[in-house]
Design a protein around this ligand. Structure first.
Ligand code: 1QQ
Length: 420
């Protein structure tokens, strides 16, 4: 069960940890715990091994995630997952460095982050956080022949962007309908549904379509479909228009801050029925936004902290230790899994080379191409369960869940409780 996240994170612990190297030239943390003994003391400067390759230094995975802007609460979860993955796979070789860049929550910042990481010679990219950004920046990586793993891009059409684009985040079509089914199971008397979605966000638009189809399939056509914007803070007009129709279920697709404020305002204005939210609110970082009004929210999950596999147990233990006893949220598990997929494929590629050869010695375009090809063929035992990919880069994942947010009396902390 999740709890409030109060403890120091891996980031805070970094300073005291020998072996981590910080690159201050980038706006965000760059760290490597993994330098092979012979490389100790060398900074994992991706730029030195860029373009044509041929270097013998550690390979660098570039992550471009939302550390600022309205998706930053999601990026914070992702950063922890990436750093824990880097530490976890350090011992397994080959030597890997991780460069994390702030992709913001908009397309322009994400484009800069992608361009800078590609130019620095990263072997693969993890990111960006939002589908809205992915549609803008993934084509850039695809054209450059750099494999991209989407850690949290759930809109329809992401893998189809190009042959170098894959994702570990299951699409809305698979995940979102589960929360509608859970709402109806909890409250079989539901008869009147309403829908809200952020019209200027690709994930929200894509997910809302799926939600509406799921409602229609259950003979609950929405009484109203309200359009919002990710930058909205006041939803009074849409809420008033909705509540006069007397819904008993409201289904929301939005990002954390707009979605969190919408939930709070719906309750403040008197909505007492069932609330379903989509992936955009799938983080304990929503607690300070919707506060006690987050209580009861239903959100489908592509991750269970309770999965009893060795890799998930190790991940949960590392997360819990780093985060003062907290339980990992989905976005951290997905980011960990994205890193794992790349790290394990690189390890297998290294093992396939003749003795004495080093992956880092391959020309970078060739290495990226081989990595992309091998990555899509692999089978990975991740905290999300077993993952594989279709030839197009769509994730194949077996199990999904639905959680209900349970807030503590303080109205600031709570947990995501999985429904049976
Ligand atoms: C997407 C999403 C976001 C809500 C997660 C960060 O699912 O943009 O595709």
């Amino acid at each position: 069960m999740g709890t409030a996240r109060t403890g120091p994170g891996p980031v805070a612990a970094l300073g005291s940890r020998p072996g981590w190297i910080l690159r201050r030239s980038l706006p965000t943390l760059v760290a490597s715990a993994l330098l092979a003994p012979s490389l100790s003391g060398c900074s994992p400067r991706a730029g030195q091994q860029g373009g044509g390759g041929g270097g013998q230094g550690p390979l660098t995975i570039g992550a471009a995630i939302a550390l600022t802007g309205n998706a930053s609460v999601i990026g914070q979860d992702q950063r922890i997952g990436l750093e824990l993955a880097q530490a976890h796979f350090a011992a397994q070789g080959p030597a890997l460095a991780l460069t994390i860049e702030d992709a913001g929550s908009d397309e322009a910042t994400a484009t800069n982050a992608f361009r800078s990481l590609i130019g620095a010679g990263v072997v693969a990219l993890i990111g960006p956080s939002l589908s809205q950004q992915a549609f803008a920046v993934d084509p850039v990586a695809d054209r450059a022949g750099v494999p991209v793993i989407g850690p949290s891009n759930t809109a329809r059409g992401i893998p189809e962007i190009g042959p170098f684009v894959a994702r570990v985040s299951a699409p809305v079509a698979q995940v979102a309908p589960l929360s509608i089914a859970a709402a109806l199971k909890l409250n079989p008397k539901i008869q009147r549904a309403a829908v809200f979605y952020a019209q200027d966000d690709a994930y929200s638009t894509s997910e809302s379509k799926i939600f509406q189809e799921a409602l229609n399939a259950r003979k609950l056509p929405p009484l109203t479909v309200q359009k919002t914007s990710v930058s909205d803070t006041d939803f009074q007009n849409q809420i008033t228009d909705t509540l006069r129709r007397n819904p008993d279920l409201i289904v929301i697709s939005a990002l954390p801050s707009d979605g969190g404020n919408l939930v709070r305002q719906l309750r403040e204005l008197g909505f007492k029925g069932t609330l379903v939210a989509g992936n955009g609110m799938n983080s304990p970082n929503i607690y300070p936004i919707c506060q006690r009004y987050c209580d009861g929210l239903l959100i489908a999950q592509a991750y269970s902290p309770e999965a009893a596999t060795p890799i998930n147990r190790a991940f949960v233990a590392a997360y819990t230790k780093a985060r003062g006893g907290a339980v990992p949220p989905q976005f951290s598990a997905q980011a960990f899994s994205a890193y794992q997929v790349v790290a394990e494929t690189l390890r297998n590629l290294q093992a396939s080379l003749p003795p004495g050869s080093n992956l880092a010695g391959l020309p970078r375009p060739e290495l990226r191409r081989r990595l992309n090809e091998a990555l899509l063929k692999g089978v990975y035992q991740t905290p999300l369960g077993e993952l594989r990919f279709t030839g197009e880069g769509e994730v194949i994942q077996k199990q999904f869940y639905v959680a209900q947010v349970r807030m503590n009396a303080d109205g600031r902390s709570g947990r995501f409780q999985l429904l049976p």
